[in-house]
Design a protein around this ligand. Sequence first.
Ligand SMILES: Cc1cc2nc3c(=O)[nH]c(=O)nc-3n(C[C@H](O)[C@H](O)[C@H](O)COP(=O)(O)OP(=O)(O)OC[C@H]3O[C@@H](n4cnc5c(N)ncnc54)[C@H](O)[C@@H]3O)c2cc1C
Length: 309
Amino acid sequence: MTTKPAGHADVVRALGRLCHEVREHEPLRKHVSFRIGGPADLLVVPRSREEVRAVASWLFAERVPFAVLGQGSNVLISDQGIRGIVLKIGKGLDRITLDGDRITAMAGAGLPHLARAAAGQGLAGLEFAAGIPASLGGAVVMNAGAHGHAMAEIVASARVLMPDGEHTMTPATLGYAYRTSVLQQRAAVVMEATLQLQRSTPDVVRRRTDEWLAHRAATQPIGPPSSGCIFRNPAGDHAGRLIDLAGGKGLQVGAAQVSEIHANYIVNTGEASAADVLALMHKVNALVAEKFGVELEPEIKLLGEFRVG
Ligand SMILES: Cc1cc2nc3c(=O)[nH]c(=O)nc-3n(C[C@H](O)[C@H](O)[C@H](O)COP(=O)(O)OP(=O)(O)OC[C@H]3O[C@@H](n4cnc5c(N)ncnc54)[C@H](O)[C@@H]3O)c2cc1C
């Protein structure tokens, strides 16, 4: 990902014409739930569908690589930041439209907000998502899930910008599996998604939502900055269970610590660096590999440059 030195000023000028908010050297720690990470050369923050289309089309046409950020709740940004462009899909891109038992929302809509809106209409199916601090776009890409449910069950379609144009994708073409979709391997910007829910009553939906939120509050660290679960669950097991049994809880590198409440969470207890988190992930992985012979894979997305070892 290089826009510097060649053409950096041209890129800034071109994007400034297409989008009213373009920030240079923007600290990304302000934009992610971990509160960790260096600056992006350019953070582009479109506020309308037209701005997203214009920016993404230009970047694709000029073959300028870029990273997409939603709520930044599943990423670890390197301490050096990102040499290149980050497109943030958030505020202003959050309109929600109800149509019978379907909800269509723009990718920047917050999942908890969407879940509450559905509950208010007595629409069931999004209760699992009320405690996931995601944007709809990030949740579609990650196939976010909880309590035995996931986005794949409710996504009817998604509008996605790709280098060859705008596409309507369905669960079949999104290639959904556990915490993954084909969008994780493609240059793509999710613009909006339509969710198919089921008719119920506001009381029933709110009760289930509240039960699951209470369960989450009792079993996961809600307060300190984190990126949610760090590792994917290995087939038939839970990464948190393995880390706990291997003695990983409370393990610390710098200000990064394996949560005492949920062993698959790393929390930022102060000024943790991305290097601290990565070193801790290696330690945890080594512990689990030694005890159970299982190699854990990261669930969080590493953005920027990381030195291995
Ligand atoms: C306290 C906490 C609890 C969590 N609990 C859960 C949980 O229960 N279940 C669960 O599945 N996850 C959970 N997570 C992780 C996270 O919320 C999800 O993975 C979520 O789907 C990420 O959404 P986001 O908008 O924050 O995406 P980001 O973290 O910003 O991005 C994640 C990935 O999606 C891509 N992306 C984001 N938006 C778009 C877009 N519009 N177009 C194209 N690509 C995009 C990014 O490039 C990146 O690769 C938790 C995180 C935290 C901090």
